[in-house]
Design a protein around this ligand. Structure first.
Ligand SMILES: C[C@](O)(CO)[C@H](O)COP(=O)(O)OP(=O)(O)OC[C@H]1O[C@@H](n2ccc(N)nc2=O)[C@H](O)[C@@H]1O
Ligand SMILES: Nc1ncnc2c1ncn2[C@@H]1O[C@H](COP(=O)(O)OP(=O)(O)OP(=O)(O)O)[C@@H](O)[C@H]1O
Length: 298
């Protein structure tokens, strides 16, 4: 019987600037990440005391995703056990279940969101201090810290310096993935190979936030996703997705998230996003694409 459950929501980078490169090859970023209602479901059940933590994976995007020790959910469990290592406290084994609804390797942080979700669930189940999950998160991936927070956040550093975003307007979002998986390292490698770090003046967020979608969009138009041209060069279908999004009824803004291939479009409401999704689904080009429409989380 499931004891605890939580959702691993999709992370969307409304903009993503690459501002530098560290000696270890990791890139310095500036990004505004928000979370959509779309997400994977993770449940935790108790298991017999002698068992190891286990994982089963189901759901529409489970195919090809191994439930083995490389899965970020089991890595999250190991990282917390490692953090506890020196205290001598025994943590009971758990049976974790992932229902995978987000496309894998798609720029919306699915694996990172799962890892963060597992950290939240295990911290609750094992009654661990919250800062243990905060310490473990960056060891699991650059997007895991922001996914642990799961709220609109400015990401800086390599994704490890987080500041709550100022207030955002209500809006609807449509996420579209054309069914190509994109490896994040390959897109950063493409960017590095072109020496392509754009020097910009530092960006300031309005302290009072963006009271309307118009205000947010005016701000987003001063920004870019620096990974987008490199992802399009690798997967030209992303340009087709962006063309389709820009042509949707009532669309206000569209762009690629993260390292792709998922693109997003913003609307005045979740209802308008859902209406646009129905329109998109009728287009031949989009017949096999994954999409999700709904609210951006507050
Ligand atoms: C593109 C973003 O999704 C934006 O939110 C993230 O920066 C990527 O986060 P992620 O997928 O959790 O990334 P990781 O799994 O930690 O890193 C994958 C690879 O991407 C590159 N990488 C990642 C993050 C970063 N700030 N600089 C990088 O250069 C590195 O080559 C790294 O080996
Ligand atoms: N639970 C998981 N869900 C998805 N991918 C996982 C998981 N565990 C391990 N992985 C591996 O992590 C890699 C990245 O997957 P993920 O879905 O997080 O990419 P992404 O959406 O591009 O993330 P980001 O936006 O953080 O770059 C995949 O190649 C996959 O094999």
């Amino acid at each position: 019987m499931a004891l605890l459950q939580d959702m691993a929501h999709a992370k969307i980078n409304l903009f993503l600037h690459v501002t530098g490169r560290r000696d270890d090859g990791y890139h310095l970023l500036d990004s505004l990440a928000v979370f959509a209602g779309a997400g994977d479901h993770v449940t935790l059940s108790a298991t017999t005391p002698d068992d190891e933590d286990s994982l089963t994976v189901q759901g529409p995007f489970s195919e090809g995703l191994e439930a083995d020790s490389n899965n970020l959910i089991l890595k999250a469990a190991r990282s917390l056990r490692h953090e506890m290592g020196t205290t001598g406290r025994t943590l009971p084994a758990t049976a974790l279940r992932l229902e995978k609804h987000l496309p894998v390797a798609s720029g919306i942080g699915g694996g990172s969101a799962d890892a963060a979700c597992a950290l939240r669930l295990l911290t609750r189940y094992w009654h661990l201090p919250a800062d243990m999950a905060t310490r473990a998160a960056p060891t699991l991936g650059a997007d895991v810290p922001v996914c642990l927070v799961q709220k609109a956040t400015r990401m800086e550093g390599i994704g490890d310096i987080l500041t709550p975003a100022p207030s955002l307007p209500e809006m609807g979002i449509l996420l579209v993935n054309p069914g190509v998986s994109v490896s994040t390292p390959s897109i950063f490698r493409r960017l590095a190979a072109t020496g392509g770090i754009t020097v910009r003046p530092s960006l300031s967020f309005p302290e009072a936030g963006w009271p309307t979608l118009d205000a947010l969009i005016a701000f987003l138009r001063t920004t870019e996703n620096d990974l987008q041209p490199h992802a399009i060069a690798q997967e030209p279908v992303i340009a087709t997705v962006l063309e389709q999004l820009a042509a949707l009824p009532d669309v206000r803004f569209s762009r690629m998230s993260g390292s792709g291939a998922t693109c997003f479009a913003l609307f005045d409401s979740a209802e308008k996003a859902a209406e646009a999704a129905r329109h998109l689904a009728r287009q031949d080009a989009a017949r096999d694409w994954w999409h999700w429409a709904g609210p951006v989380l507050p």
